[in-house]
Design a protein around this ligand. Structure first.
Ligand SMILES: [Zn+2]
Length: 281
């Protein structure tokens, strides 16, 4: 039976959720440390297409999650990560309205959508990576609504059309997306925030090197509505009610799937800038 456990109660089942290194956090710009020793993040095979251009996605009741088989899977390296990390899946967090949805809060602002590209240390298994304090590397991308004369990222369309096909919760669908490359979805600027923390869903393993891209990607209101039309699985009808032919209510929409920000005092967020200043004689 599916039980909806609010974030404040996760710690009852998953003790790590009450740890001191929990995500997400508010990144207040005054507490961010500019760190010129942070290397640029290198994305490799982010231009690659999966085998057959096929992506599998599922509305798992908590998010919409994409995965695919690659001959050479996308990887991240450098970026002061120390080693290579291989993409395992990506998923989103979003809100019912434009004023909320992202997990990370930047200087008091919560954005309507956040993408998490989840990578595992290249030589570890799933179990090993969640037991390793740097076993996972998640790249977070924040989205904001295009307003006025701004245009949304045109490369989002294949991804949004795929999301619109995830109409049945917990039923994976495979879609062929010859025009989708992950590199096209990311912001073009290399600047990012870096901190060490945890998964934002149970078991809340404190195993994540977070890279939060500073520049946002533009999305339209219409595209946001596609995420907001996803559904959570229906609650099972108790056996005692089945004979009563109780009418099921309308399915519940999947929105506001973000965790509240966690205690972040004393934690250091480092910042890799847009450009380096180079001083010459
Ligand atoms: Zn996430």
């Amino acid at each position: 039976m599916r039980i909806k456990l609010p974030p404040a109660l996760w710690k009852a089942l998953y003790p790590a959720c009450s740890g001191t290194r929990q995500s997400p956090i508010e990144i207040g710009l005054v507490s961010v440390v500019l760190d010129l020793t942070l290397e640029s993040l290198d994305l490799s095979a982010y231009e690659a297409h999966p085998v057959g251009n096929n992506w599998t996605l599922v509305d798992n009741g908590h998010s919409v999650q994409f995965s695919a088989q690659f001959n050479a899977p996308p990887q991240i390296q450098n970026g002061s990560l120390g080693t290579k990390y291989v993409l395992t899946q990506f998923h989103f967090h979003w809100g019912a309205t434009d004023d909320r949805g992202s997990e990370h809060v930047i200087n008091g602002t919560r954005y309507p959508l956040e993408l998490h590209l989840v990578h595992r240390k290249f030589n570890e298994t799933d179990a090993q990576s969640t037991a390793d304090s740097t076993g996972l590397a998640v790249v977070a991308v924040l989205f904001e609504i295009a307003t006025g004369t701004e245009t949304a990222n045109p490369h989002l369309e294949p991804l949004i059309s795929a999301v619109s096909q995830a109409t049945i919760p917990n039923a994976p669908v495979t879609v062929t997306l010859p025009d989708m490359k992950l590199a096209d979805i990311l912001p073009q600027s290399p600047s990012y925030y870096r901190y060490l923390d945890s998964l934002t869903t149970p078991p809340c393993a404190e195993a994540v090197v977070w890279t939060v891209m500073k520049r946002r990607v533009k999305i339209t209101e219409t595209q946001m509505q596609i995420f907001r039309s996803l559904r959570v699985p229906p609650e099972p009808t108790p056996a005692s009610d089945r004979s009563l032919h109780v009418e099921a209510g309308p399915p519940e929409v999947l929105v506001d799937n973000f965790r509240p920000t966690q205690f972040s005092v004393g934690r250091v967020v480092r910042y890799h800038p847009e450009v380096y200043l180079v001083f010459v004689d």
